[in-house]
Design a protein around this ligand. Structure first.
Ligand code: V0D
Length: 255
């Protein structure tokens, strides 16, 4: 009802038809660049941090929606290795959010059989933040449902640099010949080594770029962009993205 009203207010004139999603061809791995929290707040005359806070509710909504659709992995880009350049107060505030989010949601995540993970560098992360994240990972590590993978202190080029270092070291030790290096060696050295590549990447807030996110893994991903700010992103829009994914024919370079 509310979504219908919102669509009516925004003047699309569209009836509230249910979004058709087939049970076949559900994307196995969806990755989301959760952008627009600061702008969402600014538009309301609120401090940026209020937008970050509002973004946590969207995480909950989309996690539930992804789980209900049978998505296996949901990766959420919450903090990049470049985000340390933001004002210190903002970074300090952001570093309290994983604890707050997990304190609020861990019981339901456990009840829903969700496995929490972190994809990113542990160094530089404040001890209180890391302790909360590690505790959630530990408490959910045997869960067999949706993998909720937080890309947190993550950067794709650094991930590739460390992969290249690992492979160069193997070559130096004589365990691998340069001409024998395969795509699989590179995939196996990434932080996402035990996850499938994302089938779809969603970015909110109208920016049409990838911002150092899963550059290797996104080779065949469908890209989906929306102008909606992350705190306003809801399950209807998420289902719209999945529905469109199913309509696009994926060919992996074939015909
Ligand atoms: C702000 C919108 C949950 C995006 C949501 C420090 C930006 C709220 C987490 C989180 C953030 C991270 C790891 C984890 C569990 C939860 C989070 C950050 C920002 C960056 F294991 N929300 N959230 N992390 N925001």
């Amino acid at each position: 009802m509310w979504n219908k009203l919102k669509r009516w207010l925004s003047g699309s004139g569209q009836a509230d038809a249910p979004i058709a999603i087939g049970r076949e061809n559900i994307p196995e791995h969806i990755a989301i660049i959760m952008d627009g929290n600061g702008r969402w707040a600014k538009r309301r005359g609120l401090p940026r941090v209020a937008g970050h806070h509002a973004g946590m509710k969207a995480i909950k909504r989309i996690t539930i929606a992804a789980d209900e659709l049978g998505v296996k992995v949901l990766t959420l880009y919450s903090f990049s290795t470049e985000n340390w350049k933001r004002p210190v107060d903002e970074v300090e505030f952001l570093m309290k959010l994983p604890q707050e989010f997990l304190a609020l949601e861990i019981d339901e995540l456990i009840r829903k059989n969700v496995q929490v993970r972190m994809m990113g560098w542990r160094d530089n992360v404040p001890a209180h933040t890391l302790a909360a994240v590690e505790e959630a990972i530990e408490r959910t590590k045997h869960n067999t449902g949706l993998i909720l993978n937080f890309a947190f202190n993550y950067g794709s080029r650094l991930e590739l640099v460390t992969a290249i270092q690992t492979i160069a070291e193997a070559v130096r030790r004589g365990e691998l010949m340069p001409q024998d290096i395969q795509e699989e060696h590179i995939s196996a050295c990434l932080l996402s080594a035990d996850l499938p590549d994302p089938d779809m990447i969603i970015r909110t807030s109208g920016e049409i770029r990838i911002s150092n996110f899963m550059l290797w893994q996104m080779a065949y991903a469908e890209l989906w962009f929306t102008d909606v700010y992350w705190p306003d992103f809801d399950e209807t829009m998420f289902r719209q993205a999945v529905s469109e994914y199913q309509r696009r024919a994926r060919r992996y370079g074939g015909i």
